[in-house]
Design a protein around this ligand. Structure first.
Ligand SMILES: [Zn+2]
Length: 314
C-alpha cells in the first residue's frame, strides 16, 4: 500500500485546478474578490484529497508497537521470512489497515488486538508483492460470536465462518479468525479465504476469474482451474474438497494453500503455484517479491456488487 498514489494525486490536482479556476473566473466576472476567490475551493479540494496520504505519512513515521510486531513474528510465516525492508513495508501496511478499516463486534463480541491484527495481516500478506494496490471492497469488518446462516443469524444449522461482500462488510466468526493464524501451515485460513474473494468481484461477477488475471489470460486460467478442480474431486489434490464447490471457491481455497503450504503446492501443483506467484508477484516460500516481469497480469482489481459466502472450511 502506497503512502501516496500517483493517480489520486493527479486527480486531486486536476480537480483543484478546474474547480479553483472556474470559481476564480466567476469571481473575476462578478468582481467578488477577483480570481483569488478560486483559491478557497482549490485548497479545500487539496485538503480533502491529500488527507489520506498525509495521515499515512504520519502513521508510517510512528511505526508499529512492539507488541504488535511480536504478534506478527509469532503468527505470520511470511512476515518472519522478510528482510528488514520487507518487514518495514509489511508493518506499514498493517498500520494503515488498523487505522483505515472499521472493526466491529456483533452480539457482544469484544474486538481485541489479535482479531484486528489477524485481518490486517491477511491484507498485508495479499498485497505485499503488489505495493501499488489497495484491497478492493469496503473497509468494514464485523466479528460474529457464532457461525451464521444466510440471514446472518446463528441457528442450529448455521454453517458460515465468513462472508465477503463487494460493497458491504467482511463478516468473520471469532473462532475461525483465531484459528486462521494459530496453525499457519494447515492450509486453512478463513481470513485469507474471504479477502481472496474480494479479488473475484469484477465486472463479470464472482466467476472464479479474479481481477488479478488479465482478460487475455482468462481462458488459460479457467482451463487450469478445471483441471485442478477435477484433481480435487478425484482426491488427488493438496487442496481440500471445498475447492471443488465452484471456481470462485477454488480460487479462495487455492490462496489459502498457496500462502500456508507453498512448498507442497509448488511440488504437487506446479502450474497453479506459478500462476499464483505471478498474480501476487510474490514467492511465499522465500518472501521474494517478483519484479515487473509478467504478461499475465493486469493493472488491478475493479469493482461491482456481489456476495461470496463461506461455509465452514472443512
Ligand atoms: Zn468462499
Amino acid at each position: 500500500m502506497r503512502i501516496v498514489r500517483r493517480s489520486s494525486v493527479i486527480t486531486t490536482g486536476l480537480l483543484a485546478l478546474v474547480l479553483g479556476g472556474a470559481v476564480g473566473i466567476i469571481g473575476h466576472e462578478m468582481a467578488l474578490g477577483g480570481p483569488l476567490l478560486g483559491v478557497v475551493p482549490a485548497l479545500l479540494v487539496l485538503a480533502i484529497g491529500l488527507r489520506r496520504p498525509w495521515r499515512r505519512w504520519a502513521l508510517a513515521r510512528e511505526g508499529l508497537p512492539r507488541a504488535q510486531r511480536r504478534w506478527l513474528q509469532v503468527h505470520v510465516p511470511l512476515y518472519r521470512q522478510l528482510a528488514g525492508d520487507g518487514q518495514d513495508a509489511f508493518e506499514r501496511d498493517v498500520r494503515f489497515v488498523l487505522d483505515e478499516y472499521s472493526f466491529e463486534g456483533v452480539g457482544g463480541v469484544t474486538v481485541t488486538d489479535p482479531l484486528r491484527l489477524s485481518v490486517a495481516a491477511g491484507i498485508a500478506v495479499l498485497l505485499h508483492g503488489r505495493p501499488s494496490w489497495e484491497l478492493p471492497g469496503s473497509r468494514s469488518v464485523l466479528f460474529y460470536p457464532e457461525r451464521f446462516d444466510d440471514t446472518y443469524h446463528d441457528t442450529m444449522t448455521a454453517s458460515y465462518d465468513g462472508m465477503a461482500h463487494q460493497q458491504g462488510p467482511i463478516i468473520l466468526t471469532v473462532a475461525s479468525v483465531e484459528e486462521a493464524w494459530s496453525q499457519p501451515d494447515d492450509g486453512n485460513n478463513v481470513v485469507l479465504h474471504e479477502l481472496a474473494h474480494l479479488f473475484d468481484f469484477d465486472n463479470e461477477g464472482a466467476d472464479g476469474v479474479p481481477s488479478l488475471v488479465a482478460p487475455v489470460s482468462a481462458p488459460d486460467w479457467q482451463a487450469l482451474v478445471r483441471d485442478e478442480m477435477r484433481r480435487v474431486r478425484q482426491g488427488r489434490s493438496l487442496l481440500r474438497p471445498y475447492a471443488a464447490e465452484a471456481p470462485s471457491e477454488f480460487f479462495a481455497v487455492a490462496v489459502e494453500h498457496f500462502f500456508e503450504q507453498p512448498e507442497p503446492m509448488a511440488r504437487g501443483h506446479e502450474d497453479l503455484f506459478r500462476a499464483l506467484v505471478s498474480f501476487f508477484r510474490l514467492d511465499p516460500r522465500t518472501g521474494t517479491v517478483l519484479e515487473n516481469d509478467s504478461a499475465v497480469l493486469d493493472e488491478g482489481p475493479s469493482a461491482s456488487n456481489e456476495t461470496r459466502e463461506e461455509p465452514s472450511p472443512t
